[in-house]
Design a protein around this ligand. Structure first.
Ligand code: SF4
Ligand code: ZN
Ligand code: ZN
Length: 364
């Protein structure tokens, strides 16, 4: 019997089974099809214009490392005409972010892209280690998520960029669709599948990997021998999201198209006008100027709670009441400052033997 050939080029021997389609293909066809699909997503959504300054949100993890590699590759191959930057947020998590930032510094050298690192301590005066010491491990991810979102925008503003791209992949988007359904959060459900979001005063944000499977990102990083950091955060991540993730992985094992199907379902929902009308209008935070749907942005409220020893101030209704009852904000309270420029650095490890032999590919 003649040896089986790659389902795409029909010339080379296949070395992997593609998780998204189940096709058995060769390495160079995998690279090409993976890169071309991202290119198609970018062009079909008209994400960029020539001359755009684009920051890649880089954590040192697999998604953002592959994104940096792909953005550079496609920008060169198809002459997008983009000025690319790496932007990293240092949450101040000892034994996790300090190590992953070393990986970003290594990527910075490999891809020869300018790197900006902005830290929570620089911006908020608190590291995540300090925050966890004060609030414990229950709401730590709420602080971290709110602070990261604003830090990314501020870091991007410091770089003078027009657009931030993040490594959110198809699995992340499908998981968010499921979570918004399970929480009944219709407003977020309506927004979460958008490839690109932009408020009036905000920097554009997009997800070029919106349709890219996590398993394929891992394979791409592996076969390209990219340097990335794969350790989990030491502070327990959101347990509910973890259940949604496990559920999604079970669905994917039974039917690989489940991930794309859920995204398509999310895209097809239409939000009723009453729901849209019920959404708060965006304004700017009276204290720090960041976009907000209230007088104070969420980060300023959370920061005030930390500073005044009322950690639930921005989290529970009871916390808000406590803060209001505690009287006016003291004048000497630490607030979020205006931006300043920062710069570069270096080092990290890489992967080995093929963990996806054809007979036991990740899609099972
Ligand atoms: Fe921050 Fe929570 Fe993510 Fe850790 S798991 S980086 S604390 S959001
Ligand atoms: Zn091939
Ligand atoms: Zn604010």
């Amino acid at each position: 019997m003649p040896p089986k050939l790659c389902a795409l080029c029909n010339t080379s021997r296949p070395i992997l089974k593609r998780p998204k389609t189940g096709q058995q293909i060769c390495k160079s066809c995998f690279f090409l099809v993976f890169e071309t699909e991202v290119h198609n997503t970018i062009t079909e959504s008209q994400l960029f214009q020539s001359g755009d300054r684009v920051a890649i949100g880089a954590s040192g993890g697999k998604d953002s490392t592959v994104l940096a590699h792909i953005m550079k590759t496609l920008n060169d191959r198809y002459n997008y005409g983009l000025d690319l930057f790496l932007l990293s947020i240092d949450e101040g998590i000892t034994g996790y972010r300090d190590d992953s930032l070393e990986t970003v510094k290594q990527n910075q050298k490999e891809y020869n892209l300018p790197l900006k690192i902005l830290s929570y301590s620089e911006l908020y005066g608190w590291t995540m280690d300090d925050i966890v010491a004060q609030v414990g491990r229950k709401n730590n991810c709420t602080f971290c998520g709110v602070f990261r979102r604003q830090a990314l925008d501020r870091g991007a503003a410091m770089l003078g960029v027009d657009h931030i791209v993040t490594g959110h992949n198809a699995d992340d988007v499908a998981e968010t669709v499921l979570m918004n359904i399970m929480r009944g959060d219709i407003a977020r459900l309506g927004r979460c599948t958008a490839i690109c979001t932009q408020g009036e005063d905000t920097i554009k944000r997009s997800k070029p990997f919106k349709y890219t499977y996590e398993k394929e990102i891992v394979m791409y990083a592996y076969f390209k021998k990219l340097t990335y950091f794969s350790t989990e955060c030491i502070y327990s991540p959101d347990a509910y999201r973890g259940h949604a993730r496990t559920f999604l992985k079970d669905l994917e094992a039974a039917r690989p198209s489940a991930i794309i199907d859920i995204i398509h379902s999310g895209e097809a929902f239409e939000i009723r006008d009453e729901v849209k009308r019920g959404q708060k209008l965006q304004q700017t935070c009276k204290r720090c100027g960041y976009m907000s749907s209230n007088d104070l942005c969420k980060a300023c409220t959370l920061l005030e709670g930390l500073e005044r020893g009322m950690a639930n101030a921005g989290i529970t209704d009871k916390g808000v009441k406590q803060l209001n009852a505690a009287g006016p904000t003291p004048d000497n309270l630490r607030t979020i400052p205006f931006f300043q420029m920062n710069t570069v650095g270096n080092s990290g490890p890489s992967p080995s033997p093929n963990p996806w032999p054809l007979d036991s590919g990740p899609s099972g």
